[in-house]
Design a protein around this ligand. Structure first.
Ligand SMILES: CC(C)(COP(=O)(O)OP(=O)(O)OC[C@H]1O[C@@H](n2cnc3c(N)ncnc32)[C@H](O)[C@@H]1OP(=O)(O)O)[C@@H](O)C(=O)NCCC(=O)NCCS
Length: 138
């Protein structure tokens, strides 16, 4: 998880070209343990940028280099805020998704943002229109 935090922070920092701070980490679900001696692969990508914050999607695999197979270990979402020289939040460049997978992550990022802001006490549930639409049919 320490490596995941570093990979995610590097990805966010490269995207915005500035120092970043971790604002939140969503729940991490482990599908399979990575065994001692196996190689760890971590892919971190900014899935969507908002005003001053960015969501980073992480995929983690283990690799058994002797028997030559890779297996999915876990996925996670981290949120980082870009900081100006006074350590205040600064605006970030938007993400333009290209592949189908990137588009899915981009679209769903808005609902994940709403959920984490509600849980963090920064948004009223009534204002989370896209999240509410998942549960409430007109
Ligand atoms: C994260 C932090 C920079 C937010 O600062 P703030 O003064 O609350 O600023 P704002 O309310 O303007 O929020 C700034 C951005 O953070 C986002 N944010 C705030 N709380 C959040 C949370 N719980 N989850 C996700 N994003 C959050 C806001 O949505 C906003 O993003 P946006 O501009 O894209 O909409 C500030 O709370 C902080 O420094 N926290 C400590 C971080 C830390 O120590 N991390 C290390 C952990 S080891």
């Amino acid at each position: 998880m320490y490596w995941m935090d570093i990979a995610a922070a590097l990805s966010a920092m490269k995207h915005c070209g500035a120092p970043v701070v971790t604002a939140s980490v969503d729940n991490i679900s482990f599908e399979a343990p990575i065994k001692l001696g196996n190689v760890v692969h971590i892919e971190a990508k900014v899935s969507r940028a908002f005003n001053t914050s960015m969501e980073v999607h992480l995929s983690v695999w283990g690799e058994d280099a002797i028997h030559q197979y890779k297996y999915k270990s876990n996925e996670a979402y981290y949120t980082f805020v870009s900081l100006d020289p006074n350590n205040k939040p600064r605006p970030v460049t938007q993400v333009i998704p290209e592949t189908e997978d990137e588009k899915k992550l981009f679209d769903s990022a808005l609902r994940r943002r709403q959920l984490r802001l509600i849980l963090g006490g920064k948004m009223k549930p009534d204002d989370a229109a896209e999240l509410k639409a998942l549960f409430v049919k007109d």
